[in-house]
Design a protein around this ligand. Structure first.
Ligand SMILES: [Zn+2]
Length: 330
């Protein structure tokens, strides 16, 4: 099938299952990790649109595209990256979701010490959050300093760090305030190892076969989440790198320079900030248009200009938080 043919299909018509796929092996790895930590608890999993753990359910949804290599390819083409596309990243996300699932299964958020350390689970989710990259109150696990998004995320992230084999958290977080959270999770899990969950909901929420939208609609909506408007006051920043001045008229145009390094810039900034590559690429496309409007050319040596563009994109990404900090694995 071509991409265009594939995009016409509805999600509910995709003949996908977890059983017998590489995804199943990753889930088995997760279960082994839980066994190795002495936990009997095993979250159930199903395919849906995105990574998520519904409220009060002791399992989580995995995005459908991870169940088939052809769909992984499509996701990469449509979104420029695949969340959970490698086994390592997939396990990382699963550990996080398992944190939510175990929280639901044992109603951990009701405990006083949980509330003291992580904050109230019932706090409304913010539309966006401003992480403090230097904070030592939170573990660092998923991109975007995600533990800082909400108390429930803080717990899930702390649990994920605790669960990961070889994470050496005692050394890594020595002297951090986040250590108290990790020690609490250790104690809590020791206690839970022998207990049966209080909430045993095995519900599958928004399962794939109920989703009537086409892949085309799915990707249109997903990309809209990363739309970006170029703020006019950033022209100043562009003028520190590029120049409209006639004395640079024999230099390379800003548009050609930016196009040449587009991939490199996007992947460096996505990796450094934890923001989705698609969001950064949107910002980048706006930057290219703006340089064309202003008829800018390189005013610096290429190497120097490259560094400055990376800094500019990083700063903008950190300012334009709405681009994606809340989008991961709720
Ligand atoms: Zn989460």
């Amino acid at each position: 099938m071509t991409d265009a043919q594939l995009l016409d299909l509805r999600l509910c018509d995709l003949p996908l299952k977890i059983v017998g796929t590489p995804l199943e092996m990753v889930i088995d790895r997760l279960y082994e990790e839980l066994d190795a930590r002495g936990l009997r608890f095993k979250p159930h999993v199903w395919l849906s649109e995105e990574w998520f753990t519904p409220d009060n359910v002791s399992g989580f949804a995995i995005p459908f595209y991870l169940a088939h290599p052809r769909l992984i390819k499509l996701e990469r083409r449509q979104m420029l990256q695949v969340e959970g596309g490698s086994e390592k990243e997939c396990l990382r996300l699963m550990r996080h979701e398992t944190g939510h699932a175990i929280d639901n299964a044992f109603l951990l958020r009701r405990r006083l010490r949980y509330r003291e350390l992580f904050g109230p689970f019932t706090r409304p989710y913010p539309d966006w959050y401003k992480p403090e990259p230097n904070s030592r109150n939170y573990v660092v696990h998923l991109p975007g300093w995600y533990a800082q998004a909400h108390p429930a995320e803080d717990f899930a992230e702390t649990f994920a760090v605790w669960l990961a084999p070889g994470s050496r958290w005692r050394r890594r977080y020595e002297g951090w305030r986040a250590m108290r959270k990790l020690e609490y999770v250790t104690e809590l899990m020791r206690e839970l190892s022998k207990k049966a969950p209080r909430n045993k909901s095995r519900a599958h929420v928004e399962r794939l076969r109920e989703i009537k939208t086409t892949l085309r609609e799915y990707y249109e909506r997903k990309r809209r989440n990363y739309d970006f408007q170029w703020p006019p006051d950033y022209d100043r920043d562009l003028l520190r790198i590029f120049s409209p001045d006639a004395r640079h008229k024999s230099s390379r145009s800003a548009v050609s320079f930016l196009r040449r390094y587009r991939r490199e810039f996007c992947s460096v900034v996505a990796e450094g900030t934890g923001v989705h590559s698609y969001a950064i690429d949107q910002m980048f496309a706006a930057m290219i248009n703006r340089c064309r409007d202003l008829n800018l050319r390189l005013g610096l040596r290429e190497q120097h200009a490259k560094q400055k563009v990376i800094v500019l994109l990083t700063v903008q990404t950190m300012n334009g938080i709405h681009t994606g900090y809340h989008r991961i694995a709720l």
